[in-house]
Write a protein that binds this ligand. Structure first.
Ligand SMILES: [Zn+2]
Length: 66
């Protein structure tokens, strides 16, 4: 089946036996994300998590300074 990435709108061909293709077929809303966008989002999520950790770490240090 042909799927369209929701982010960059690239059209890709998924094998009908691909579990992802089956899942997309069963859903009224197609939320396919191509590998490149998927990686980009994962990278951003990771960065955000690391920033969050950093902030938590700094907050903890501030508490200790009190
Ligand atoms: Zn994409």
């Amino acid at each position: 089946m042909r799927v369209k990435c929701i982010l960059c709108e690239i059209i890709e061909q998924l094998d009908d036996e691909n579990p992802l293709a089956k899942r997309l077929r069963n859903r009224p809303i197609h939320t396919y994300m191509c590998q490149r966008c998927h990686d980009r989002i994962a990278e951003r999520t990771k960065e955000r998590l690391e920033t969050g950790k950093f902030r938590l770490y700094r907050d903890k240090q501030l508490e200790e300074e009190w």
